[in-house]
Design a protein. Structure first.
Lengths: 293, 344
């Protein structure tokens, strides 16, 4: 098929079918449960800690709600995004149902995009359930609430989740086998969570003689930028740059403001996230397009 | 304009040649039976028609559209019953049909479609709980969505009981009467002879015969074979039988029925009246002890083309030594069984 053959109606039809399929899957309910537990739990923790600090006469907002919410989301969304995506196309190839899908007037690009949209909506639905519970907890038990912070956090988390669905769907389209796709997402997860930052530490050790810059010292620019190449780092950087009030004083030098070079800006971190979203879909599609079913 | 036109199609998977310079045409509004043993390349051909697989060489057109570059237009006008495709376990029959209806921009009623395939009772049950036959009925209903101009049915009888297979053939006839072209693949001759205008026989990736059902029958053996058990055989009798009108071949067999006695048998291929042959034998002074006729079945035709040395193999030795009168179309795929898995 020729270049970029997309029919938005096909994409929507495939996404809707995928959603219907997922709505009856236990996985969706498991995801929703996890988000509710972790985000609701983080909100309760926030209320509890605020209470504790207030009793001891500390400043209000000594702990940040956003930072507490970010912790579970920063590992849940990558894990669940990959899990939601990795079977999307490979599973259909394995069972042969892809022959139903592609005997209909859909292009293979429609299939990749439709799967991406459908699975992203699945992940978002679970995320929204968790955010809603967190919101209810905050509003019910706490007298101060920054709606803007919460909206920025929700929006960036949606993008961050979509990136990992794209990675999962891309790997699924690339491998066209559930087994290989599973190996792919586990490998990627391990690399991004455990290996990626080790390289930064190693480089700093080679260049500067210590694994990390001294606490409080201004780290080299490359050391600040490097983690942002990773979607987890880019998400964190974007969040901190867009919500500067949230940044803890101790690590402020990692989130430079106005006068920093463009590649250390929050908006550039968002661009990096968008690249992480687009590239797996494009590469996955190209491999899938050339594949004999 | 041909509904399907395949010219010089070659498909190789690595070292394996799945299709070798295959050419054939399917006319508009005909029912074309695409026959061949498992592994002959039927699915590969269909995969190329639908752009599931890309040809190594050759020109494949459906409705005069290039099968690769214009695949979406082709599939918009085509209903497909894919082989070996599982349905979506968690979706109901209705949801499957709604997905296809939405995909094709059609406005069919899911209930009407499932009534046609006799599955309407299970419309709101999840397809994961369907039997193989029910899944096959659902897939057939999905192929019918939007009154397609072309139906591609890949081994549609898989998993169907004889009753289901007959209903499926009825639907093929109805669709054909509506104006649809039907391309129907099978490894069982019986499935295609009842509905197909023409049959193409594929063997090892090559089309070894394309003809009408009766044309194929004629090309392989003339009419029926008459076996006559006699007390003895002599040359005069054979000569008289040979000179009987419409007799095309006369052979003798030493062994008797079931191989248990040594009664001599005269095997006569004739397109004419059997009584003429019996009279000829009796008038030569031989005693006729018993006789039976054997129609050249299409299964024999299929066998002749797909095993041994191809066309003509049956014509010379179309006799059987079995005792049954061969109206039994039971498929004998033992000799040609071969899995297709290695080619996917």
């Amino acid at each position: 098929m020729s270049s970029l053959d997309v029919d938005p109606r096909s994409v929507a039809t495939i996404a809707r079918k995928d959603l219907q399929d997922a709505a009856r899957s236990r996985v969706l309910w498991l995801l929703t449960g996890l988000f509710v537990i972790f985000l609701g739990g983080a909100a309760f923790l926030f209320v509890y800690l605020e209470d504790l600090f207030a009793q001891e006469g500390e400043e209000v907002a000594a702990v940040s709600l956003i930072l507490l919410l970010e912790q579970p989301v920063a590992w849940l969304l990558p894990l669940l995004g990959l899990l939601v995506g990795y079977k999307s196309l490979a599973g259909e190839v394995d069972t042969g149902s892809v022959k139903i899908l592609l005997s209909l007037p859909h292009s293979r690009l429609d299939a990749v995009l439709g799967k991406f949209v459908g699975r992203t909506l699945v992940l978002w639905a679970s995320l929204f359930a968790g955010l809603a519970v967190a919101l209810v907890v905050i509003v019910a038990f706490y007298d101060e609430f920054h709606l803007w912070d919460f909206l920025v956090f929700s929006g960036l988390s949606m993008l961050f989740g979509a990136v990992f669905v794209a990675l999962g769907v891309g790997i699924s389209a690339m491998t066209t086998s559930t087994t290989r796709a599973a190996v792919g997402i586990v490998g990627l997860f391990v690399f991004l969570i455990f290996v990626f930052d080790t390289i930064r530490v190693g480089l700093h050790y080679l260049l500067e003689g210590t694994p990390w810059p001294d606490l409080g010292a201004q780290p080299p620019e490359w050391f600040v930028f490097y983690p942002r190449l990773n979607p987890m780092g880019a998400y964190d950087a974007a969040l901190m740059s867009l919500l500067p009030d949230v940044v803890p004083q101790a690590v402020a030098q990692y989130y430079p403001s106005a006068d920093a070079p463009f590649y250390l800006s929050g908006w550039f971190a968002v661009v990096i996230l968008l690249v992480w979203l687009a590239v797996p879909l494009v590469v996955g599609y190209l491999r899938f397009e050339g594949h004999d079913l | 304009m041909a509904a399907i036109s395949v010219a010089g199609l070659t498909k190789r998977y690595g070292q394996t040649v799945a299709l070798d310079d295959l050419s054939f045409r399917v006319h508009e509004n005909e029912v074309f039976g695409f026959l061949g043993p498992n592994g002959a390349g039927k699915s590969t051909t269909i995969n190329v028609l639908l752009d599931f697989a890309r040809p190594t060489a050759g020109d494949v057109r459906v409705f005069d559209h290039d099968a690769q570059r214009r695949s979406r237009e082709i599939r918009r006008r085509t209903g497909v019953l894919p082989e070996g495709a599982s349905t979506y376990d968690r979706l109901t029959g209705r949801q499957h049909l709604e997905f296809v209806i939405g995909s094709k921009g059609a406005d069919d009623d899911p209930e009407r479609l499932l009534e046609r395939v006799d599955l309407v009772d299970a419309i709101d049950k999840k397809a994961g709980g369907y039997s193989k036959g029910m899944s096959q009925r659902l897939l057939l209903a999905m192929a019918l969505v939007g009154d397609p101009d072309l139906l591609i049915l890949d081994e549609p009888s898989t998993g169907l009981d004889p009753n289901g297979a007959r209903e499926m053939r009825d639907i093929v006839r109805e669709e054909n009467a509506r104006g649809a072209t039907v391309f129907f693949s099978s490894h069982i001759m019986e499935q295609v002879e009842a509905v197909c205008d023409r049959v193409g026989i594929l063997r090892d990736g090559e089309m070894v015969a394309v003809d009408t059902v009766s044309g194929l029958r004629d090309s392989v053996g003339q009419g029926s074979t008459l076996h006559v058990w006699v007390d003895h055989v002599d040359e005069t009798a054979l000569e008289r039988v040979r000179s009987t009108p419409d007799v095309t071949a006369v052979t003798t067999e030493g062994e008797g029925r079931g191989g248990e006695s040594a009664e001599p048998t005269i095997a006569v291929q004739t397109g004419g009246a059997k009584t003429d042959v019996i009279h000829a034998i009796e008038s030569a002074g031989l005693e006729v002890r018993d006789f039976e006729t054997e129609e050249t079945s299409l299964e024999d035709v299929f066998h002749a083309y797909t095993t041994g040395s191809g066309s003509g193999a049956v014509a010379g030795e179309g006799t059987r030594t079995g005792t049954e009168t061969d109206t039994d179309p039971e498929p004998d795929t033992g000799a040609t069984e071969e899995t297709e898995a290695g080619r996917r």
